[in-house]
Design a protein around this ligand. Structure first.
Ligand code: G16
Length: 558
C-alpha cells in the first residue's frame, strides 16, 4: 500500500472509532446490533466492499438492514458478484476489521490482507452499489459506508436508494451479467415473467371469484412500498396491502417473523378477513409466509410457512419436468435428466420433510443461514431452498437453462402449443420471475400466486398438502451465546458438555418429540425449537429445554 493510500485510510478511519468493549461478528446475515454501535463497523465494511470489488474485478453490493430485528437495531451485509452472500472465506477478515481497536491496527490488518489476497490497489477502479431499508438509522450508516468505500483510491459508491435487500442483491447479480440495473428493470423483469406464467395457466384452472383477492402485511417496512409499485404495474392483480404507510413501527406485532413464530394474526388483520388468503413480508422483504385467519373468536391463524412454499414450488417444478421428459410413441428421447434437489434446515417441520421425500424428492439439510442453503442448492440443475421462516428461492444451473432455451426454440418450430412446449416456457418464466440471487418476498409472492392460479387452488387446498407437526420456538437470553457450539446441521450440541444428554432425556418424554438449540446469528439469544405430537407437548418440551438453557448458560445459571 502506498503512502498516499495509508494517509487516506488513517485520516478517514480516525473519524470512526469503534465503541469500547463491544465485540461484533459477521453472523448469519452480516453484522447486526443496536444501530448506535455500528458506525465504525459499517465504515470498515465499506472498505471491505471496495477491496472485494478490486479483488473480484466486479461490482459488489452493500446493504444496510437488520431485516426482521427490532427497529432500533441495524446491520450491514455484503452481496458478492453473483448477488449471493459474501464468500465465507472473507468473513474472518470482516470480523477482524470490525474489531480492530484503532486506526493503526486497522491499517496493519488491511495491509496484511491485501498482500495475502494479492489485491492490486493501484490503477484499478472498484464499484459498490449501496442500498438501505427504511430504518431511521439507515441514512447515517449509509454515509459511513460511503466514507469507507471512498477511503480506497479508485473506489466508487453508487447509492441505489431505499430498497428491499433482495432488490440490491438482484441488481448486483444483473450488473455483473452486463444487464441494466435500475429499479424499473427489476419491476419489468418480475412483471413480464409473471404475466407470461399467468398466460400459460391451463384452461379452466383459473381462480374462482372467492380466491381472487390477496391481503398482504408489509411489516411497516420497505416491502409494502415496493409492492404498491408492482401492483400498479400489474393492475389486474387483486392485492390489498396493509401495514406500510400508517406510521406503524417496523416489525412490531407485524411481519413474517412475528407471524411465523407467534402463529397469530398481525396488527391490522382480523375477523372480517376470516378464510382469506393473506401473506406477510418481513422488514426488508426477504422473507415471505402465507396465512389465513381461522375464526372471528381468536387471533389464531393457519400458517403456511416457508416449508409449504417450498413444497408448492417443488411440486410445480417436478410436474413441469415430468411433462418435459415424457416420451411419446417411438419418438427420440430428447430429455435432459435435470437433477432436482430441495434444501431445508433443522427448523423444517418434520411433516414437510416426510412429504417431500414421499413425493420422490431429494432432501438435504444444512445449518441455518441462507449462505449455507444457497451454496447447497447451487449443486443441482434446479435447487430449491427454503427456511421455515420464509426465506428461500429457486436456483437454475446455466447448463440446464441453456438446454431449456434450445429445447423451447426447437419445440416452438416442431410442436408449438403442446404441453411440452408450455413446460419449457413455464420453467423459463420461473427462472426469470424468481430472484436467483437470494430469497425475495416480492418475487416469491408472485410465483406463489401464479402457481396457485395454475393449480386452481385456494390457500386451504394448498395448506392441506400435509399437516404440520405441532411446534414451538422460544428464545433465551444468556450470558454468552457463543458458549453453545453445535454440529450435524445444528441438531446436536457439543458444548457446553452435558446439555445434549439433558435435551435428549426431555425429548424422549414426548411422542414424536424433536428438539434442538442453537445460538442465533442475528440476535443476542439462544433459540429453542421443539416439535411433538400435540401443541401442548411441543410447548412443554420447548419450555423445559429453555429452562435447561437458562440453567447451563443463563444469568442465574450454574
Ligand atoms: C437471517 C438469515 C436467515 C436466518 C435468519 C435467522 O434472516 O438470512 O437465513 O434464518 O436470519 O437467523 P438466526 O436464527 O441465526 O438469528 P433475516 O430475514 O433476518 O435477514
Amino acid at each position: 500500500m502506498n503512502e498516499k493510500q495509508q494517509t487516506r485510510l488513517l485520516e478517514s478511519s480516525s473519524r470512526f472509532s469503534p465503541p469500547p468493549g463491544v465485540r461484533l461478528s459477521y453472523g448469519t446475515a452480516g453484522f447486526r446490533a443496536d444501530a448506535s454501535l455500528l458506525h465504525s463497523t459499517v465504515f470498515r465494511i465499506g472498505i471491505l466492499a471496495a477491496l472485494r470489488s478490486l479483488k473480484t474485478k466486479s461490482v459488489i453490493g452493500l446493504m444496510i438492514t437488520a431485516s426482521h430485528n427490532k427497529v432500533s437495531d441495524n446491520g450491514v451485509k455484503i452481496a458478492d458478484p453473483s448477488g449471493g452472500m459474501l464468500s465465507q472465506h472473507w468473513e474472518p477478515f470482516a470480523d477482524a476489521l470490525a474489531n480492530a481497536p484503532d486506526s493503526q491496527h486497522l491499517l496493519q490488518l488491511i495491509d496484511e490482507f491485501v498482500k495475502k489476497e494479492n489485491i492490486a490497489l493501484e490503477g484499478r477502479s472498484a464499484e459498490v452499489l449501496l442500498g438501505r431499508d427504511t430504518r431511521p438509522s439507515g441514512e447515517a450508516l449509509l454515509e459511513a459506508a460511503k466514507q469507507g468505500i471512498g477511503s480506497i483510491t479508485g473506489a466508487v459508491a453508487v447509492d441505489m436508494g431505499v430498497l428491499t435487500t433482495p432488490q440490491l442483491h438482484w441488481m448486483v447479480r444483473a450488473r455483473n451479467k452486463g444487464i441494466k440495473v435500475t429499479e424499473a428493470d427489476y419491476y419489468d423483469q418480475l412483471s413480464s415473467s409473471f404475466r407470461c406464467l399467468i398466460d400459460l395457466t391451463p384452461q379452466g384452472s383459473e381462480f374462482n371469484k372467492m380466491n381472487e383477492k390477496l391481503i398482504v402485511d408489509g411489516a411497516n417496512g420497505v416491502g409494502g412500498e415496493k409492492l404498491v409499485v408492482l401492483k400498479k404495474i400489474l393492475n389486474d392483480l387483486d392485492i390489498e396491502i396493509r401495514n406500510f404507510d400508517k406510521g406503524g413501527v417496523l416489525n412490531e406485532g407485524v411481519g413474517a417473523d412475528y407471524v411465523q413464530k407467534e402463529k397469530v394474526v398481525p396488527r391490522g388483520f382480523g375477523p372480517p378477513d376470516v378464510g382469506m388468503r393473506c401473506a406477510s413480508l418481513d422488514g426488508d422483504a426477504d422473507r415471505l409466509v402465507y396465512f389465513s385467519v381461522l375464526s372471528n373468536a381468536s387471533d389464531k391463524i393457519d400458517l403456511v410457512d416457508g416449508d409449504k412454499i417450498l413444497s408448492l414450488f417443488a411440486l410445480y417444478i417436478k410436474d413441469q419436468l415430468t411433462v418435459l421428459n415424457k416420451v411419446e410413441g417411438d419418438k427420440e428421447n430428447k430429455s435432459y435428466q435435470a437433477s432436482l434437489g430441495v434444501v431445508q434446515t433443522a427448523y423444517a417441520n418434520g411433516a414437510s420433510t416426510d412429504y417431500l421425500k414421499h413425493a420422490g424428492l431429494e432432501v438435504v439439510l444444512t445449518p441455518t443461514g441462507v449462505k449455507y442453503l444457497h451454496e447447497k442448492a447451487a449443486e443441482y440443475d434446479i435447487g430449491i431452498y427454503f427456511e421455515a421462516n420464509g426465506h428461500g428461492t429457486i436456483l437454475f444451473s446455466d447448463g440446464f437453462l441453456h438446454w431449456l432455451e434450445g429445447r423451447s426454440a426447437e419445440l416452438a418450430l416442431t410442436s408449438k402449443g403442446t404441453e411440452q412446449e408450455m413446460a419449457t416456457l413455464r420453467l423459463l418464466a420461473v427462472s426469470k420471475l424468481i430472484n436467483q440471487a437470494v430469497g425475495d418476498a416480492l418475487s416469491g409472492l408472485l410465483l406463489v400466486e401464479a402457481i396457485l392460479q395454475h393449480m386452481g387452488w385456494s390457500i386451504q387446498r394448498w395448506n392441506e398438502l400435509y399437516n404440520d407437526f405441532p411446534s414451538r420456538q422460544l428464545k433465551v437470553k444468556v450470558l454468552d451465546r457463543t458458549a453453545v457450539v453445535t454440529t450435524n446441521a445444528e441438531t446436536v450440541v457439543v458444548k457446553p458438555l452435558g446439555i445434549q444428554e439433558r435435551i435428549n432425556a426431555e425429548t424422549a418424554k414426548y411422542p414424536r418429540g424433536r428438539c434442538f438449540i442453537r445460538p442465533s446469528g442475528t440476535e443476542d439469544v439462544i433459540r429453542v425449537y421443539a416439535e411433538a405430537n400435540t401443541e401442548e407437548a411441543a410447548d412443554k418440551l420447548a419450555t423445559s429445554v429453555a429452562q435447561l438453557v437458562d440453567q447451563f448458560l443463563g444469568f442465574g445459571g450454574s
